[in-house]
Structures are given as structure tokens and as C-alpha cells.
Design a protein around this ligand. Structure first.
Ligand SMILES: Nc1ncnc2c1ncn2[C@@H]1O[C@H](COP(=O)(O)OP(=O)(O)OP(=O)(O)O)[C@@H](O)[C@H]1O
Ligand SMILES: [Mg+2]
Length: 273
């Protein structure tokens, strides 16, 4: 089945990708900030009035697992660092921000995400589920939006622009690391390094069962929505060729995007009122 690369939002994401290596863009009008407290990475995105990113920063962390804050102090410290750096680069105080939680995480856990941002000095904090956030960036009217991060696969079915179904399952980049780690007899950190640095997809055949398992999860979570295209957000499926494996397994059209790990953080920022 076809894999297509969407334009427009892709241009925004490409520009966002280069921002992560550069100084902040000049901005004079109001800004909005989103923080993705991910299992693998905490990402902060600040956008301008048009919704385009002006500052992006990220820090690896083990303080959050699938939306559950497992080390509050470390999560707050990481968020405080991200906020301080953003304020310094943008030359302004940031007091309002949004953050997200995986679809099936409980209310108490999602509240903990809010407390992390408050502990980092944000006075006004809003919450959104990660799939709705991803779709605020992608703008899919009819389609399945999937966010595959380090630990979990969140899935949302959108029809006529409305969210019809929201669900998630364990399974993401960490599980792919486990496959590589087992195949080569290396530890998980080394597996993660090799997976990211092997840019030509050399491990695709080894990782294929992992991608197919993610595809099976997507199929299971979207029964009755087989007529809809699938849109891939999240870092785990940025591995070269992963989108084609998913498309072939599902026998559906799959849309992939550059810098897909920035889709949800961008959408979180766009969710700020
Ligand atoms: N270039 C890449 N190639 C392959 N995998 C990548 C690449 N970049 C990031 N990843 C993987 O993406 C995962 C992190 O993705 P993301 O930042 O979307 O997750 P997260 O939001 O921290 O996790 P979650 O949403 O599950 O809480 C990691 O497992 C990482 O190995
Ligand atoms: Mg995530």
C-alpha cells in the first residue's frame, strides 16, 4: 500500500527540525508553549501567533513512563531547565503552557503531569490527550492518527473532524530497542544508539516483527475504521522503512511526516487557548 508524505505540515516540521539545532527565531507577538512529558524525551515547543515553532528544546528523561510521573523531582527539574532555557532564548517570561497524557492514563496521573509544569513555574497549565494534540498539528479530518513514542502506541479515529475513538496500548521505541539488544547481545542504551545512528535502515529486517506488532496494535485498536488512512506521529516510527512495513501489514494508505517526534509537542503548543 502507498506511503505518502504530506506537504504543508511537513514544511513546518522540517523547519521545526532545523530549529532544534539553532538559536530561537525572532518573535515579537504573543507565543504559546507546549511541553510533552514523554517516556523517552521531554520536549518543549514554543510557537508564534501563526502556530509556527520559534523555539524547540528537548531533554532525555526517565522520569515519566507512559504518562505516569515516576520521578516527580526529576520531571520537575527537567521541565524547569527547559523553561529557563526557553525564557533566556526568547527573552520573555513564560507563565502559560499545556502538556499531554496518553489516552488511557487515569485522571490522577494526568493531574501529576499538570503538577510537574506548576512545579517548574508555569502558573496556568492546560491538559490534552496526546492523540488530540498530534491532530492539532496534522489537521486530519477523516483518518486514524497514531502516536508511537518510546513506550506506548496511542490511536485516535477522526471522522468529519471529530474524535470518534481514543485508545492506547503498550508498545513503542523501547520495545524495538529490546529486539536489537537481544539480536546483538548488547545493552539497551547501545541498541538505542545503533538504532538512531544506523540511518540507512540496516536493521529493518531485524526490527520488522516489532513494527508489525505495532501495526497489529493499530489494527486492533481501530476495528471498524479500516476505510481510513493512517497518519504516523511519534519518534518510534521514524526508523527508515518503518512506514512501509506498517502500510504493507495493514494494507492501508499510511502517511508519514518528517521529524514526526515533534508533531505531538507542536500540537500541544497549539492547544493553548
Ligand atoms: N531517528 C530515529 N530513528 C528511529 N527511532 C527514533 C528516531 N528518533 C527517535 N526514535 C525513537 O523514538 C522514541 C521516542 O519517541 P517520542 O519522543 O515520540 O517518545 P515519547 O513521547 O518520549 O514517549 P511516549 O509518547 O511513549 O511517552 C524512542 O524510542 C527513540 O528510540
Ligand atoms: Mg509521546
Amino acid at each position: 500500500m502507498a506511503v505518502s508524505l504530506k506537504q504543508s505540515i511537513s514544511d513546518v516540521l522540517r523547519a521545526a527540525g532545523s530549529l532544534s539545532d539553532n538559536a530561537a527565531a525572532q518573535v515579537s507577538g504573543p507565543v504559546r508553549t507546549g511541553i510533552d512529558l514523554g517516556t523517552a524525551t521531554c520536549v518543549l515547543v514554543t510557537i508564534d501567533e501563526e502556530g509556527a515553532p520559534v523555539w524547540i528544546d528537548a531533554t532525555p528523561t526517565a522520569a515519566i513512563r507512559d504518562g505516569v510521573v515516576v520521578d516527580f523531582a526529576e520531571a520537575a527539574a527537567a521541565t524547569t531547565r527547559l523553561r529557563a532555557r526557553a525564557e533566556e532564548r526568547l527573552q520573555r517570561e513564560l507563565t502559560t503552557a499545556a502538556t499531554c497524557y496518553p489516552p488511557c492514563v487515569g485522571e490522577a496521573e494526568s493531574r501529576a503531569c499538570r503538577f510537574v509544569l506548576e512545579a517548574a513555574g508555569f502558573e496556568e497549565v492546560s491538559l490534552i490527550d496526546e492523540v488530540s494534540a498530534a491532530n492539532l498539528a496534522l489537521g486530519v479530518r477523516d483518518g486514524v492518527v497514531v502516536d508511537v513514542g518510546g513506550g506506548s502506541t496511542g490511536v485516535g479515529v477522526f471522522r468529519n473532524g471529530s474524535l470518534e475513538l481514543l485508545d492506547d496500548r503498550p508498545g513503542g521505541g523501547h520495545h524495538l530497542d529490546l529486539i536489537l539488544s537481544g539480536a546483538f547481545g548488547i545493552d539497551q542504551d547501545e541498541a538505542e544508539r545503533r538504532k538512531r545512528e544506523g540511518s540507512d535502515g540496516e536493521f529493518l529486517s531485524i526490527l520488522r516483527p516489532g513494527f508489525e506488532r505495532i501495526a497489529q496494535n493499530i489494527a486492533d485498536l481501530t476495528r471498524g475504521a479500516d476505510d481510513l488512512d493512517v497518519h504516523l506521529a511519534g519518534g518510534a516510527l521514524m526508523y527508515p522503512g518503518a512506514d512501509s512495513v506498517i502500510a504493507a501489514f495493514l494494507d492501508r494508505t499510511v502517511h508519514s511526516y518528517p521529524n514526526a517526534n515533534l508533531i505531538t509537542p507542536l500540537g500541544i503548543a497549539r492547544s493553548v487557548a
